[in-house]
Ligand binder design. Structure first.
Ligand code: F6P
Length: 552
């Protein structure tokens, strides 16, 4: 497969972008009354409006050619079929199988072993366990019911369950509260333990590798805290469960293998919320709703696998991202949920997208020639409007945006939801239309300004417009819709990785810092010996000792 930049269509897209630079979205809309219908589609309860983009039919055709010639369809089949597409780790990539049972998806073999029976075994273990906790059969060491669930994990073992649990807050069982501890900063675990009681708290230690220092340190603290109060080793079995792929390490930590929920190396950490890593979700909202989450994802999987490229929602979103990333020089991609329950969605997407596609070497080991994964960021609306939207509207950067909103509020209150959505729709409209100098002048004259004062103010009030955004609108944020939404972004990231020809499923870039931290930690623990780092790192370590020991 030639590098994506060597495909003929890549050159055609470069040339086409020069034409599109002179086109305004205002003109695109006024010249085509069908534009909204043409550039929108609905899948799994999610409506995608991509009409407010710097695209026309020719753009979309060229982008579809890029997808086709990059082998997106073949790569998608390879992933769903369990081929070992994560070549640097020699692993299959089968998070799609985790939800396949919810929509009669077919089984696949990994190393000659069918995966669906293994998945359904864990799902049924999760069902029994979560039922027992929720109905009070599973009790703490003093015989009291569990009231608090603390998930200890980091990265994919935290962001997925934390985001989903928060998104599904309205479905939580009364009397149960979820907490998430991820940071090795002791403040995180200490502040969390201060909120709960040992006799009614269940800890989930979630770690695919069961070797992540942050997680193990926090889990040790929690275990010690429990034992100080229970004064009985047997209490650990009532209060600690593990989610991992490593039975031996779980046992070595002191958690009974019977209290372990397994998953497999063919589930990447950032794709693991669908596995037992979602145990905290299932505890809070119940197993039926957890399976609805899987079912929503399954509908999106089926769509992604079967829909033609030009009617395929993840493919369309991926191509729009590539259009701005590689042909317009956009550096980042913003995601603004006008949905408070999705407050952690941008943080979740940061790992999904940036750990997957933040790569500079292609699958064949050569440096990529295109620009790969963007910086992903975002905050819930309307907060962002009063913070950074200024830059979106009048700054010098092109920042494509995804707006997300529900038609129905989970907590209706007067007309506040309509106020929220009015703001959401107004922002995408403002980004697209902007405000011309003529329009500003009319406004300023109407307010009584004229002459030099008007002329001095006028340029500051002009909005360039022509700034692209997608809007994703759904009826309400229920488990099914949320499952489809997460899955949509997973496949978007996958398609982009295929086109950029990178391996979206490894994460070697996180290793170096981890390695260096080991020796630096030794130097922080023991002062007085010769430091062998660079001058800056040595200086920081010395200053740390001086500050901590009360010196300068
Ligand atoms: O360091 C990055 C990473 O490996 C992520 O990919 C992963 O989600 C996270 O650490 C946590 O890993 P584990 O689940 O093995 O503790």
């Amino acid at each position: 497969m030639p590098d994506c930049t060597e495909l003929n269509v890549w050159g055609e897209l470069v040339a086409h972008q020069k034409v599109m630079r002179a086109v305004s979205m205002r003109t695109l809309f006024s010249g085509d009354t069908e534009r909204f219908q043409q550039f929108s589609l609905m899948v799994g309860g999610i409506f995608l409006d991509y009409s407010k983009h710097l695209v026309n039919v020719e753009t979309m055709n060229l982008l579809m050619t890029l997808a086709r010639e990059s082998g997106v369809t073949e790569a998608t089949r390879a992933m769903f079929n369990g081929e070992k597409i994560n070549t640097t780790e020699n692993r299959a990539v089968l998070h799609t199988a985790l939800r396949a049972s919810q929509c009669a998806g077919r089984d696949v073999l990994v190393d000659g072993k069918a995966v669906l029976p293994q998945i359904s075994e864990v799902l049924s273990h999760m069902r029994t366990f979560t039922q027992h906790v929720r109905d009070g059969h599973w009790l703490g060491y003093t015989g009291r019911r569990i009231t608090d669930v603390v998930n200890i994990g980091i990265g994919g073992s935290d962001l997925g369950p934390a985001m989903v649990t928060q998104a599904l807050r309205p479905y939580w069982q009364t009397g149960l509260t979820a907490h998430f501890v991820s940071n090795v900063d002791p403040s995180h675990i200490v502040e969390t333990l201060a909120k709960v009681q040992a006799e009614t708290t269940l800890f989930i230690v979630a770690s695919k590798s069961f070797g992540t220092p942050e997680t193990l340190l926090n889990a040790q603290v929690a275990r010690q805290w429990l034992l100080e109060q229970a004064q009985d080793e047997k209490a650990v079995a009532r209060h600690f469960v593990a989610v991992s792929t490593h039975t031996e390490k779980v046992k070595a930590f002191g958690i009974d293998a019977a209290n372990m929920f397994g998953f497999w190396d063919w589930v990447g950490g950032r794709y693991s919320v669908w596995s037992a890593v979602g145990l905290s979700v299932a505890l809070m909202v119940g197993m039926d709703r957890f399976e609805q989450l899987l079912a929503g994802a399954c509908e999106m999987d089926a769509h992604f696998l079967t829909a033609p490229l030009d009617q395929n929602m993840p493919v369309i979103m991926a191509l729009l991202g590539i259009w701005y990333n590689d042909f317009w020089g956009a550096q980042c991609h913003a995601v603004f949920p006008y949905d408070q329950y999705l407050a952690r969605f941008p943080a979740y997407l940061q790992q999904l997208d940036m750990e997957s596609n933040g790569k500079g070497v292609s699958r064949n080991g050569k440096a990529v020639r295109c620009t790969t994964g963007p910086v992903v960021w975002g905050e819930p609306g309307t907060n962002g409007q009063h913070a950074f939207y200024q830059l979106l509207h009048q700054g010098t950067r092109l920042i494509p945006v995804d707006f997300l909103a529900a038609a129905e509020s989970r907590r209706p209150l007067g007309h506040q939801h309509e106020t929220l959505l009015a703001n959401c729709f107004a922002q995408s409209k403002a980004l697209m239309l902007g405000k011309t100098a003529e329009e500003v002048e009319i406004e300023l004259r109407a307010s009584g300004l004229s002459g030099e004062v008007l002329q001095a103010l006028l340029p500051h009030k002009v909005f360039p417009g022509n700034r692209p955004s997608s809007t994703l609108l759904y009826r309400k944020l229920d488990p099914y819709t949320l499952g489809a939404l997460i899955c949509l972004y997973e496949h978007k990231v996958f398609v982009q990785g295929v086109i950029w020809q990178i391996n979206s499923f490894d994460q070697w870039g996180v290793e170096l810092g981890k390695q260096l931290a080991v020796s630096i930690e030794q130097d922080l623990l023991e002062s007085g010996h010769t430091l062998a780092h660079d001058a800056s790192t040595n200086g920081l370590i010395e200053l740390f000792h001086a500050l901590r020991d009360g010196g300068e």
